[in-house]
Design a protein around this ligand. Structure first.
Ligand SMILES: Nc1nc2c(ncn2[C@@H]2O[C@H](COP(=O)(O)OP(=O)(O)O)[C@@H](O)[C@H]2O)c(=O)[nH]1
Ligand SMILES: [Mg+2]
Length: 319
C-alpha cells in the first residue's frame, strides 16, 4: 500500500480520537498488540528546537523511496486547536496534501500525561493501517517522553544552539535519552560549540564503557533544515541505527518487551478505573483490606465482558 485513501484517513482519524480516551475494555475489544511491522522514529526535544521542521524535511527526503509515512505530533500542553500545532500544519503544508502521508496532532483531553498511557494503542492503530514508517513528535518534557523511548525503535533528541548549559546539567543522564543526537540550526552561531560539548559528554560516558548499555554509540548529527545534505545525513544515521537493531541477536526481544509494556499499561489503567469506582469508605479501610478489595474487583470484573463492541474500524484499516 502506498497512497492512503480518504476512507482510510477517516477511519484512522476516528480510531485515533477514540484511543486518546478509550477505556481498557474498549482497547481490549479491538487491539491485538503490536506485531512490530512498522518502523517508529521518535523525535523529542525542547519547543522551538526545530523538530517539526526537521520531521517535514526528513519525510520529504524519505518519500523519495517507496512507501508511505505517518507523522504524529503529541503535544500534551496544547489543545488540538493550539498555536503550536497550527504552526506545524503550516510547516508541513505540502506534505499534508501528499497522498502517501498521514499527519495528525494528538492532544490529551484527560490529563497532561494521559497520552503516555495510550501511546501503545496509538502506535498499533498506525501499524494496522499499513504504514511501514511512522514519525512521532513529542515535546521533550514529562512522562510522554519516557513512554516514547519505550515504544519507538529509534529516538532522536533535537537540540539547538544555546542548549550547552542544559547538556552540562544533564551530563550523566543524557546518553540514555536518545539513539541519535541532532544539533539543529547548524546555520546559527553556537551550533559548533554545542556539538563539541555534546561530543565531550558522550565521549566521557563511552569511555566509562557504559554507552547506551547495549553497544550502540549514539552519533551526533548537525542539521539545518535548509541544507538537504544534512537532512540526508540524518536519514542515513536513522537507517544505520535501524539496520543495527535488525541485526541484533535479540531482535525478537524488543517486540516482547513492547508487548509486555503494553499489557502493563493496560493493567495500570484498569487499576485506576477500579479505584475510581471504589466506594469512598473503602479508601479509609486498612491498606491490606483496600488492596484485597482492588485485586478482587480486578479479577471478578474482567473489563472485556463489559463492552463487547465490534472492532469495525480496525477491520477497515487492516490490509
Ligand atoms: N535557522 C534555522 N531555523 C530553523 C531550523 N529548523 C527550524 N527552524 C526554525 O525554528 C522555529 C521552530 O521550529 P519548529 O519546527 O516549529 O520547532 P519545534 O517546536 O521543535 O517543532 C521555526 O521558526 C523554524 O523555522 C534550522 O535548521 N535553522
Ligand atoms: Mg513542533
Amino acid at each position: 500500500m502506498t497512497a492512503v485513501t480518504g476512507k482510510q484517513r477517516r477511519s484512522m482519524a476516528r480510531a485515533l480520537s477514540r484511543a486518546a480516551d478509550a477505556s481498557v475494555a474498549e482497547v481490549l475489544a479491538s487491539a491485538r498488540g503490536s506485531m512490530g511491522v512498522c518502523r517508529w522514529i521518535g523525535v523529542t526535544g525542547p519547543p522551538g528546537a526545530g523538530k517539526s521542521s526537521l520531521i517535514a524535511a526528513l519525510a520529504r527526503h524519505r518519500l523519495g523511496r517507496d512507501g508511505n509515512i505517518a507523522i504524529l505530533a503529541v503535544d500534551p500542553t496544547s489543545p488540538v486547536s493550539g498555536g503550536a500545532i497550527l504552526g506545524d500544519r503550516i510547516r508541513m503544508e505540502d506534505l499534508a496534501h501528499n497522498p502517501r502521508v498521514y499527519i495528525r496532532s494528538l492532544a490529551s483531553r484527560t490529563s497532561h500525561d494521559g497520552l503516555a498511557d495510550n501511546l501503545p494503542d496509538i502506535l498499533e492503530i498506525v501499524e494496522n493501517a499499513g504504514f511501514a514508517e511512522a514519525i512521532l513528535e513529542t515535546v521533550g518534557v514529562g512522562q510522554v517522553e519516557y513512554a516514547v523511548r519505550h515504544v519507538v525503535d529509534t529516538t532522536l533528541l533535537v537540540l539547538m544552539p544555546g542548549a550547552g548549559d542544559q547538556i552540562q546539567a544533564m551530563k550523566s543522564g543524557i546518553l540514555e535519552t536518545a539513539d541519535i543526537f541532532v544539533v539543529n540550526k547548524a546555520d546559527q552561531p553556537g551550533a559548533r560549540q554545542l556539538a563539541v560539548v555534546l561530543a565531550s559528554v558522550l565521549k566521557l560516558k563511552a569511555s566509562d564503557g557504559q554507552g547506551t548499555g547495549d553497544g550502540w554509540l549514539p552519533p551526533i548529527v548537525s542539521t539545518s533544515v535548509q541544507d538537504p545534505a544534512s537532512v540526508a545525513a540524518l536519514a542515513e544515521a536513522i537507517d544505520r541505527h535501524q539496520a543495527w537493531l535488525a541485526g541484533r541477536q535479540d531482535v525478537g526481544k524488543r517486540l516482547e518487551k513492547r508487548r509486555a509494556q503494553h499489557v502493563e499499561s493496560l493493567v495500570v489503567r484498569r487499576v485506576a478505573e477500579v479505584l475510581d469506582q471504589l466506594p469512598v469508605e473503602l479508601l479509609h479501610a486498612p491498606l491490606a483490606s483496600l488492596y484485597e478489595a482492588v485485586v478482587g474487583r480486578l479479577t471478578e470484573s474482567a473489563p472485556s465482558s463489559g463492552v463487547a463492541r465490534e472492532p469495525k474500524e480496525r477491520t477497515i484499516l487492516s490490509r
